[in-house]
Design a protein around this ligand. Structure first.
Ligand code: F0G
Length: 396
């Protein structure tokens, strides 16, 4: 894999832009997966050196703009970077391609992670690609069925732990130390390196013109950490001349970081987490310290939104034909709240990251739309009879 010897912002921009142009040609060609990857395009800034590189390929996700979502959020210039359009349906693939590549290069014999569902789905897929055994710890009864099905389908040994995500992570850390298995949670620095490319790719898509704000759902705080690192590095390299502010958004029932932010990060909290957004149902974020650095360095903010606000935002994103999983909608719900409280100006530019695909949590979609209330879209059961169809069409 060719590297770029000149690390000046100008030279790197030219190399990354050339690769972006070549990526679409590489898709579908044998051996083209690395060239087509929206992660490995930025390899000089991720994992130095060469060797076997695993790609699915990941990244290259779109930034959507939809009038209805902008109106809901209260900012005209709102982009939605849809990370749900990665190979396993979430942003986790970006960190996993780098972390599993690193694990393979260093001769790992097996990999493990604790997860609320997306990390495990992604790790299982990349481990299968690498031919490595995978061990997954998930909270029993607290992960969406689709995510669990992915880990099982891709062949990971899947353990349903009687406890929450925080208990899963403790157990997984102990087990990987004792058993000599490589830990692939976002405390693994290579995961963070890969996740930086959400921001790098977004900047590139905007012609290296940064938005005023980047909004991101926050759970274990891997992304919050990665985004700050990416932005500061991008400025130091001269890829951008101005650093956007990060808005990290937590679910109210799982918001220890938002609480800590209120104290100026003087205190760290651990809570018993509960939220409809199971992906971010995390009470003791593992990447707290690195995320504090990110928020400080980017003059960022941390906000929390209720489950009702998350589901209302999700319904608007879904109805715009884009769709996302509940945790992802926290970013848009957070932007709306920050505009209403005057933190984000209505005239500022914002990119909100949608972290997971709408199909990741079909249970929530059906629960929402079959409940009474305005804006619901309950499916109707009918006889296999044209008159029944005609009656319904006339009525609506
Ligand atoms: N959105 C989705 C869809 C997620 O799956 C996660 C984390 C987050 C947001 C939060 O990101 O942890 O970097 O702050 N999911 C992890 C998992 C915990 O196990 O899949 P974070």
């Amino acid at each position: 894999m060719r590297q770029c010897p000149d690390r000046s912002g100008h030279a790197l921009r030219a190399v990354f832009d050339r690769r972006a142009a070549a990526a679409s040609l590489a898709r579908g060609h044998a051996g083209g997966e690395v060239a087509a990857s929206g992660v490995w395009r930025f390899r000089e800034l991720l994992l130095p050196g060469t060797g076997p590189t695993l790609a699915h390929p990941e990244g290259d996700t779109p930034i959507y703009r939809r009038e209805a979502v902008s109106r809901f959020a209260g900012v005209a210039d709102l982009g939605l970077k849809h990370e749900g359009q990665n190979p396993t349906g979430s942003f986790k693939d970006r960190g996993m391609t780098v972390a599993v590549t690193h694990a393979v290069r260093f001769g790992a014999s097996a990999v493990a992670c604790a997860s609320t569902g997306n990390t495990s789905a992604s790790m299982a897929a990349y481990a299968a690609h690498a031919g490595l055994p995978a061990l997954v710890f998930v909270p029993a009864g607290k992960i969406a069925a689709g995510k669990l099905a992915q880990a099982v389908a891709y062949g990971a040994r899947t353990l349903l732990v009687r406890g929450d995500f925080d208990a899963c992570l403790r157990l997984c850390r102990e087990a990987s130390e004792k058993l000599g298995v490589t830990l692939l949670n976002s405390i693994n620095p290579w995961r963070i390196e890969g996740q930086k490319t959400i921001v790098l790719e977004m900047l590139q898509q905007r012609g290296w013109q940064p938005p005023d704000w980047i909004a991101v759902p926050a759970g274990a705080l891997g992304n919050t950490s990665a985004f700050g690192k990416a932005l500061i590095e991008a400025r130091e390299l001269g890829l951008i001349d101005r650093v956007p502010r990060i808005a990290a958004i937590q679910a109210a029932g799982a918001s220890p970081f938002a609480r800590s932010f209120k104290t100026g990060f003087r205190k760290r909290y651990r809570v018993a987490a509960e939220t409809v957004a199971t992906a971010i149902r995390i009470g003791d974020p593992a990447s707290h310290d690195r995320a504090v650095w990110s928020i400080r360095e980017t003059r960022g903010v941390v906000e929390k939104v209720t489950d009702a606000e998350i589901l209302a935002a999700k319904a608007v994103i879904d109805a715009a034909g884009i769709g996302c999983e509940p945790a992802s909608a926290a970013s848009v719900a957070g932007v709306r709240k920050l505009v209403r409280t005057g933190v984000i100006g209505a005239g500022e530019s914002v990119v909100a990251v949608l972290t997971g695909h709408v199909l990741k949590d079909a249970e929530i979609v059906m629960k929402y739309h079959t409940a009474p209330g305005r804006g619901r879209n309950r499916p109707l059961e009918i006889d296999a009879d044209l008159r029944a169809v005609a009656r319904l069409v006339r009525r609506s």
